[in-house]
Design a binder for this molecule. Structure first.
Ligand code: TYD
Length: 205
C-alpha cells in the first residue's frame, strides 16, 4: 500500500498544462508539502532516452503500435524507478501526463483500441493516480495557442487532436471520481483557482 499521493495532470496539446503545473509547484512549496514533479514520456534517464525516440520529428516511420509500446515502456520504467518508490516514501508525486494520455492519443486518436489499455495495465501494475486534473479545451482553440508544432505528435492534423479530445471525454465519463475537469479556455488565474481549490480539499486544508 502506498502512503503518498499520486496526482496527474492531463490535457490536449496547448491546454496550458505547463503554466498550471508551475502554479501547483508554487502551491506545494508555499504550503510545505514534500512533492516531486515529473513528466511523461520521461522522468528517469532511461525513460528520457525513450522520449527522444518518440518525439523525434525525423522518426516518420514509427509505427503506431511501436509508439504505443514505447510510451508504455517509458512509463513502466518511470513507475518502477521513480513513482512507486516515492509514493512508498510518502511523497506527493505530480506527473505531467500519465496513462490517460496513452488512452486518449494511442487508443482513441491512433485508433489502436483496447490493447493500449492492456499493455498499460502491465506498465503501471496498479499504480493508479489518486487524482487526475484534466484541462479541457476545444482543439481548435488549443492548437491556435501553440507557436506551430514542435514535435512529432503536435504535427498531427486537427482531426487527430479532435479524436484526442473525444478520448479524454470518454475517460472523464468512465472515471468521474478520479478525474477532475477544468475548463481550460478560462483565464489562467481562473483555472488555477479551481485546481488549487480541489487540491486544498484533497490535502485537507
Ligand atoms: P510534450 O512535449 O511533453 O508535450 P506536452 O507539453 O503537451 O505534454 O510531448 C508529449 C507528447 O506526447 C504530447 O503530444 C502527448 C503525447 N503523448 C502520447 O501520445 N501518449 C502518451 O502516453 C504520452 C505520455 C504523451
Amino acid at each position: 500500500m502506498s502512503k503518498g499521493l499520486f496526482i496527474t495532470v492531463e490535457g490536449p496539446d496547448g491546454s496550458g498544462k505547463s503554466t498550471q503545473i508551475e502554479y501547483i509547484k508554487g502551491y506545494m512549496q508555499a504550503n510545505g508539502y514534500e512533492s516531486i514533479f515529473t513528466r511523461e514520456p520521461g522522468g528517469t534517464p532511461i525513460s528520457e532516452k525513450i522520449r527522444a525516440i518518440i518525439l523525434d520529428n525525423a522518426n516518420k516511420e514509427l509505427a503506431p503500435m511501436t509508439e504505443a509500446f514505447l510510451y508504455a515502456a517509458s512509463r513502466s520504467q518511470h513507475v518502477s524507478q521513480l513513482i512507486r518508490p516515492a509514493l512508498e516514501r510518502g511523497r506527493i508525486v505530480v506527473c505531467d501526463r500519465f496513462v490517460d494520455s496513452s488512452i486518449a492519443y494511442q487508443q482513441y486518436a491512433r485508433g489502436l483500441g483496447e490493447c493500449v489499455s492492456i499493455i498499460n495495465e502491465y506498465a503501471i501494475s496498479g499504480c493508479i493516480p489518486d487524482l487526475t486534473i484534466l484541462l479541457k479545451i476545444d482543439p481548435e482553440i488549443s492548437l491556435a495557442r501553440l507557436n506551430g508544432p514542435s514535435d512529432r505528435l503536435e504535427s498531427e492534423n486537427l482531426e487527430f487532436h479532435k479524436a484526442v479530445y473525444r478520448g479524454y471525454e470518454e475517460l472523464e465519463k468512465r472515471f468521474p471520481d478520479r478525474i477532475f475537469s477544468v475548463d481550460a479556455s478560462l483565464s489562467p488565474e481562473e483555472v488555477r483557482s479551481q485546481i488549487i481549490g480541489r487540491l486544498s480539499d484533497l490535502l485537507g486544508e
